[in-house]
Design a protein around this ligand. Structure first.
Ligand code: ADP
Ligand code: MG
Length: 211
């Protein structure tokens, strides 16, 4: 696969994610009001607005610095489970890309696999627990297999978005076993998971900005 992305495209990805979070802030908070404490949209918007401010003032020159600043800012500005979890995801992306200036599809798949595994390590959730992993896991698998098939980056990222959307929909009937929603037990079924919804926006932003 010849297509590669540089710091400008990756910076655009993070900003597009921030924009989509702001656009869907109320919806994310509404989803969290059904099975949590009604703050997921507020949390993510606070964090991603702070990230955009950080990027404006610091202008990271390499992908690893971009992800490091994003992760650190999320950890320090977002209260709630999603801050450390998204923060860990971006910090893992930072260490995985090393000092590369250009990333190809294979690099992006490895980076998102590392992000996924970081969330698993930090939050100890398994597939089917009704968390962001139920969208992120299938998305990473779809990206890996599309890249292995030699598909162009645009198609590989579109496949990842479709897998995330399907995973997100599958969280609706699930009973939550991790996070605040798990306090509701069986009553958590019938609602879409907020974190699976926001992580689908992360993939959608990637498909728009990276290909
Ligand atoms: P809080 O639950 O602390 O209020 P948020 O509302 O911002 O934090 O985020 C809730 C989302 O975090 C959930 O919808 C779920 O996707 C995700 N989440 C919660 N706990 C975990 C975990 N242990 N592993 C992975 N994701 C989790
Ligand atoms: Mg919440």
């Amino acid at each position: 696969m010849a297509d590669t992305v540089d710091i400008a495209a990756l910076d655009a990805w993070i900003r597009e994610f921030a924009r989509l979070i702001a656009e869907h802030k109320e919806m994310l908070t509404e989803l969290d009001s059904a099975i949590g404490d009604a703050d997921h949209g507020i949390n993510m918007d606070r964090g991603m607005s702070a990230v955009v401010s950080t990027l404006e003032s610091e202008r990271p020159g390499r992908p690893n610095q971009l992800f490091q600043r994003t992760g650190m800012t999320l950890v320090s500005t977002v209260g709630g489970a999603s801050g450390p979890l998204y923060g860990t995801a971006f910090l893992r992306m930072s260490t995985t890309v090393g000092d590369a200036e250009q990333l190809d599809g294979n690099d992006l798949a490895k980076m998102l696999r590392a992000a996924h595994d970081g969330v698993v390590q930090r939050g100890k959730a398994s597939p089917g627990d009704k968390t962001m992993l139920d969208a992120l896991g299938p998305a990473v698998e779809a990206l890996e297999s599309a890249v292995a098939d030699g598909q162009p980056l645009a198609e590989a990222l579109d496949a990842a978005v479709r897998a995330a959307e399907e995973g997100r929909a599958k969280t609706i009937p699930m009973v939550a076993r991790k996070g605040r929603a798990s306090y509701l037990g069986e009553r958590s079924a019938g609602h879409q998971d907020p974190g699976a919804t926001s992580v689908t926006l992360l993939l959608a932003a990637a498909a728009r900005s990276l290909a």
